[in-house]
Design a protein around this ligand. Structure first.
Ligand SMILES: C[S@@+](CC[C@H](N)C(=O)[O-])C[C@H]1O[C@@H](n2cnc3c(N)ncnc32)[C@H](O)[C@@H]1O
Length: 401
């Protein structure tokens, strides 16, 4: 029997008693729902599988740099000259330095005191073939659909074209305009299923006993991979509005065709600008794999906290460590159109090529925004932690200060 407490919501004058799950129970229930969603998958070898996928991409990059750049020759070489050899577009040149740092970190290249590289590992055909074979097994272990493996292999084959900006990541994610690959990345794999269904359980809890019809805002909702799992948790519940937003009109159009619920609204919204809405007007803000796009995560979370009603929640699905398996897709997707470096960051990532905050940094930013972290999943020690994607749910204080 789950423990429940009754609190009086201070949201509206005619406050309705509100029963909410204790944080520990909510977390346990969310974890249970996530695990139920991936029943049938043996995740005990997730860490080894992640290593295999990372290794394949690092070896693929090393092979390409060996084949097409001066790193295949003796001597020490600056990332700039390597980028020249690759003919990298101005906006993608930073990626070459980012990759070289990753290769160095993995012991596949050496770096001198002046940031020049040498002794790049040259993978043999047999080594690449073995890595590729392990990747197939790893993909199965992590419940990766075929499209994810194809995306990884295609992005490796297209390294030169990606860097020269002749092929865009969008084209890889939506081959022939079809969303199956993007769905594979954001929904149809073990960690996404776990996180999305755990998130849905949290939303179910919130929608179970709301003090008023819920007002929900989703930021950077993209193809709606998370939305698709949250909406069923709201079916038949009192919901005033669910505002599906994204920076891109493309995703808004897709979502309009995909979803159908009386409370859904669609809006363009750029989180680098001031978030609209009255203070305290929202019960839930969802940001699934998007908050890292904010130039200053703390500033975004402060704004989100300001929009939450007392007891309102923010639900983040976020990456807490960049894995090599995304090196050929994520960085090219992030290069600013008119920039010559990584996306400008003004928070703890400033001056680095980091895309994500660490788990501790996400928690600390939430706490700094005045939000109490109630859910931080998967639990410590669980095999799924190896995938470095997490669900954070944090709650605004009941009394506004
Ligand atoms: C990784 S995708 C998110 C996937 C999505 N949550 C889903 O479940 O399908 C990141 C999304 O953030 C959006 N985005 C990027 N920068 C943004 C910004 N400054 N403001 C709003 N949305 C942004 C992108 O258009 C993209 O749809």
């Amino acid at each position: 029997m789950l423990k429940m407490i009754t609190v009086l919501s201070s949201v509206c004058p005619t406050a309705v008693p509100r029963r909410v799950l204790m944080p520990a129970d909510l977390s346990a229930r969310a974890h249970g729902a996530g695990m139920a969603a991936i029943a049938g998958f043996d995740v005990s070898s997730a860490a080894a599988a992640v290593e295999d996928l990372d290794r394949l991409v690092l070896l693929g990059i090393a092979a390409e740099l060996h084949r097409t750049t001066r790193l295949g020759a003796p001597g020490t070489h600056s990332p700039d000259l390597v980028a020249d050899d690759l003919g990298a577009a101005a906006r993608h040149r930073w990626i070459v330095a980012h990759w070289l740092a990753a290769l160095h970190g993995a012991g596949l290249a050496r770096r001198d005191g002046e940031g020049r590289y040498h002794s790049l590992h040259r993978p043999s055909r047999a080594e690449l073939a073995a890595a590729r074979a392990r990747m197939e097994g790893a993909g199965t272990a992590l419940g990766y659909p075929r499209e994810l493996a194809d995306l990884m292999l295609r992005s490796l084959r297209l390294i030169p074209q990606l860097l020269r900006d002749e092929v865009g990541v969008q084209a890889l994610l939506y081959p022939d305009g079809e969303p199956a690959t993007a769905e594979a990345v954001y929904r149809d794999n073990v960690i996404s299923r776990y996180l999305n269904l755990a998130a849905a359980e949290v939303v179910r809890d919130l929608a179970g006993h709301p003090p008023r019809p819920l007002r929900i805002l989703e930021l950077g909702a993209g193809i709606g991979a998370t939305t698709a799992d949250l909406l069923p948790a709201l079916a038949g519940r009192p919901v005033e509005s669910y505002v599906f937003t994204d920076l891109s009109p493309f995703f808004i159009d897709v979502a309009r065709r995909r979803f159908d619920a009386p409370f859904l609204r669609y809006e363009l919204l750029d989180v680098t600008e001031e978030l609209p809405g009255p203070p305290g007007g929202l019960d839930l803000v969802v940001a699934a794999t998007m908050a890292h796009n904010a130039p200053h995560v703390g500033r975004l979370l402060d704004q989100v906290a300001g929009l939450l009603a007392p007891g309102g929640r923010v639900l983040l699905i976020e990456t807490v460590k960049e894995h090599a398996q995304s090196l050929t897709t994520m960085p090219p997707a992030l290069s600013p159109r008119d920039g010559t470096g990584p996306p400008p960051r003004q928070d703890e990532r400033a001056g680095t090529t980091r895309t994500y905050l660490t788990r501790e940094e996400w928690r600390s930013r939430l706490a700094h925004a005045g939000l109490r972290v109630e859910v931080d999943l998967p639990p410590d020690g669980h095999p799924l932690t190896a995938l470095s994607q997490r669900l954070f749910v944090a709650t605004a204080p009941m009394e506004s200060s």
